[in-house]
Design a protein around this ligand. Sequence first.
Ligand SMILES: [Zn+2]
Ligand SMILES: [Zn+2]
Length: 292
Amino acid sequence: MMKYLEAFINTIVGTLDWTWRSITFDVVWYNNYFWGLILISLIVWILEIVFPWRKNQSVFRKDFWLDIFYMFFNFFIFAIVISGFYKVLELFFLDIFGMDAKSLALIDMKKFPMWSQLLIFFIILDFVQWFTHVLLHRFNALWRFHKVHHSVKEMGFAAHLRYHWMENILYKPLKVLGVMLLGGFEPEQAYVVHFAAITIGHLNHANIKLSYGPLKYVFNNPVMHLYHHAYALPKDRFYGVNFGISLSLWDYIFKTNYIPEDNGTIELGYEGDSKMPNSFFKQLFYGFKKED
Ligand SMILES: [Zn+2]
Ligand SMILES: [Zn+2]
């Protein structure tokens, strides 16, 4: 018991310390997600301001500050609080099943050159997230939490990280499984993958008309993701379209892609979105009741 309690406290203190050292520039730059996130946000925001797709949309669009707050909450505050629980769960799981992080390894990643480790890591992680995202739309008990992300009525980069804290938890099992299949460790330079994912995710939500030419069949993009947020879905795709996270590839493979041509001024949201509470605090507790 003491072992678990100790691990719980140590992990929370460690994550808190890591976050503080990031804020005060005391960690190496490529692991500094705090300032990295701010820098990527500023760059994408400037791009939105200089090259807006929906020209009438205000620079400080509806819920801009709510979304900025979500960004820091989901990335840092929530991460600190939950880190101890995850650590205890991991220890418990390993004790019970007598496994270690490498027991499920399908391949020995360390044999591959670094660039291919990163590529495999990126593709596997993106696929399991695509699949989780489909489940969030498919099952009502999960969709209730995912509605927070879909309550965005005006789209801009910061909407990327407006999502219910439960999503962090719902995405976790398959992500952990993905990492375990790859030998239970993240490649040394995994920060490249994480920063790429943040940048693509920010761009997906940005008010910019960008689809990367023929690369649109590989990478998710602002045009494709806007239709993921469309209020009116095609009749035969009632639970959603364009589930891609960083890659659009999965949507083309599984035929969940849908990109009508228009000027990007479609209505966003979902049926009944006016019932979503406006305040962050109320949204924290949203989704747990059947009627939500
Ligand atoms: Zn969604
Ligand atoms: Zn989105």
